[in-house]
Design a protein around this ligand. Structure first.
Ligand SMILES: [Zn+2]
Length: 209
């Protein structure tokens, strides 16, 4: 498996490229910005994007999705519960005092249980509302890998003070959908450094009250 995670944009959202070294197919998660840099990384690895998945419709995660789609032809998946947030892009850009990126309706909804990924690396969508109504995580069970978006961070959880945020829901999602995964599961959050489910179960102050 080719796995590259790197920060994009002013809020340093973690964008992840997950590729299959044998077929040359790839999945891109959260192309929030810096699309030329994402395309350069894909070209260096000789990867063709088959799917673009956005963990939630905050500007720093979704901002480059349309440009990446235009460059690659790959469809965009976003959970339908975040469509109201996607429609608020001007307001979101205002929070950051930046220009709103071009957005478009996704090509499909990343629903709970949906199988995603590429031929040899198939993962599953976990709907984990709380940071936003349509927030999702991507779980690759054979690889013991979780792409957590802004639901779970190393030592923290996502903020819930933005429209659609709900602190009780993010705690419930974390306990019922994420902390039930095996301890050895590597967690790549939407911002900051990686962690593991075991580490967060033990020491995350927001989940140990
Ligand atoms: Zn967010």
């Amino acid at each position: 498996m080719i796995l590259e995670t790197f920060p994009v944009g002013i809020l340093r959202c973690n964008c992840t490229i997950l590729g299959d070294e044998t077929t040359g197919e790839a999945l891109v998660v959260d192309p929030g910005d810096d699309v030329p840099a994402i395309l350069t990384r894909l070209a260096l690895r000789h990867l063709t994007v088959k799917q673009i998945i956005v963990t939630h419709a905050h500007i720093d995660h979704v901002g480059g999705a349309v440009l990446l789609k235009r460059a690659t032809g790959a469809p965009i998946l976003l959970n339908q519960n975040d469509l109201p947030l996607l429609a608020m892009m001007e307001m979101q850009a205002g929070w950051l005092r930046t220009k709103p990126p071009e957005v478009a309706p996704p090509d499909g909804s990343a629903e709970d249980g949906l199988k995603i990924g590429v031929a040899n690396y198939v993962g599953e969508v976990l709907h984990t509302p709380g940071h936003s109504e349509g927030s999702i995580c991507l779980y690759f069970a054979p690889q013991q890998l979780l792409l957590a978006g802004d639901t779970l961070f190393a030592g923290s959880i996502g903020r819930t003070d933005l429209p659609g945020g709900d602190s009780r829901k993010i705690i419930a999602s974390s306990h019922h959908r994420l902390l039930v995964l095996p301890d050895a599961t590597t967690v790549i959050p939407g911002h900051g450094h990686s962690t593991s489910i075991g580490e967060e179960r033990l020491s995350n102050p927001f989940l140990n009250r």
